[in-house]
Design a protein around this ligand. Structure first.
Ligand code: 13P
Length: 361
């Protein structure tokens, strides 16, 4: 195993001021996202949407890596370049989601287990040939009445460790993602407790499976009050709880922690990350690997443009012809919304980030 290589890719992914864009929504999830802006989810629209993201001018200044989905890693831009090539030209490392999704766990009502280990070695070999340098596997832990159970936590941790070992064997950096959901009425203290238990189990399993910690990235949830709990912790409380929890469990050998946004707004996710980086004195780089929190402004912008463009095409009697529908200035969509700019500053925890925190310039 070439661990030097894995370590350098992992470090590149958490280079100061940069983070990861999770654009690996499965077909079902991207359908929901596109539906929210009244865009039909066909292959061409999915391809076009991802092209907008990946060809954003200078995206490589603040995005270190992009997680792709199986369909996406095989797609090309309109001018015929593969998405992998386009990302590399921007200095961005291509990655790939390799789990097959979380499904109901037999005998454990309300809990989930992530599938996808069968045939994984062969799939990893193919993805590596297609140009992926890192991978992602997401486990889902739900807080509720009497859950999570130890069995659910340990089974998911075991699967994450088996996946991580296979990735390192196949020369891909595994992003290890145990997500304790923020959905529910639980307190921040309960979220802390379950996150700590989950991370302990994950790091025990990683050690059992001889995974090299210098060649992984951890993608955890932040420690937050349940979304439906009327008493919400402040930004500072959540940041302190998250850092305290991670310090207890995550070994310093791990080069970086890249948070998921998990249903927070782009502003909340940015403020929390910024506050954590301001705490400072951390053994790992802290950054983002957001899906929704990075893409929400893009979707909003696309919706605005689609209304304009659809209006124009309707006048020409071409409404409902998705193939003809295209955004007018694809390259300006993201920059126009500035989201990555304040995310970039947040990941540095710098003075600029404090000035811009939560404000769109
Ligand atoms: P969110 O940031 O939308 O939670 O997505 C991150 C991700 O990759 C989930 O697996």
């Amino acid at each position: 195993m070439k661990t030097d290589n894995l370590e350098s890719v992992a470090r590149k992914l958490v280079a100061p001021g940069k983070g990861i864009l999770a654009a690996d929504e499965s077909s079902g999830t991207i359908e929901k996202r596109l539906k929210s802006i009244n865009v039909p989810s066909n292959e061409e629209n999915r391809r076009m949407y991802r092209e907008i993201l990946f060809t954003t001018k200078d995206a490589g200044e603040f995005i270190s890596g992009v997680i792709l989905f199986d369909e996406t890693i095989r797609q090309k831009t309109r001018d015929g370049r593969s998405f992998v090539e386009v990302l590399e030209q921007q200095g961005i490392v291509p990655g790939i989601k390799v789990d097959k999704g979380a499904t109901a766990m037999a005998n454990f009502r309300g809990e989930k287990i992530t599938e996808g280990l069968d045939g994984l070695r062969e799939r990893l070999t193919e993805y590596r040939k297609l140009g992926a340098r890192f991978a992602k596997w997401r486990a889902v832990i739900t807080i509720g009445d009497g859950i999570p159970t130890r069995t659910c936590i340990d089974s998911n941790a075991e699967a994450l460790a088996r996946y991580a070992a296979l990735c390192q064997e196949g020369d891909l950096v595994p992003i290890v993602e145990p997500e304790v959901l923020m959905d529910g009425t639980h307190t921040i203290e309960r979220h802390f407790e379950v996150t700590e238990q989950t991370l302990r189990s994950v790091f025990d399993s990683l050690a059992e499976h001889r995974v090299v910690l210098e060649g992984i990235l951890l993608k955890p949830n932040m420690v937050l009050s349940g979304k439906e709990n009327p008493k919400q912790a402040s930004v500072q409380e959540a940041a302190e709880a998250t850092v305290r929890c991670l310090k207890r469990v995550v070994p310093a050998a791990v080069p970086g922690i890249v948070f998921l946004s998990g249903g927070q707004t782009d502003q909340q996710a940015t403020e929390h990350l910024n506050a954590m980086n301001r705490i400072g004195d951390l053994p790992w780089q802290l950054s983002f690997s957001y899906g929704r929190a990075l893409q929400a402004p893009v979707l909003k912008a696309w919706k605005r443009q689609s209304i304009t463009v659809r209006g124009a095409t309707a006048k020409r009697g071409l409404a409902n012809t998705p193939k003809r529908w295209k955004p007018r200035k694809p390259h300006n969509v993201w920059r126009g919304n500035r989201a990555p700019m304040f995310v970039r500053h947040a990941s540095l925890g710098d003075a600029q980030g404090r000035r811009n925190n939560g404000r769109r310039r």
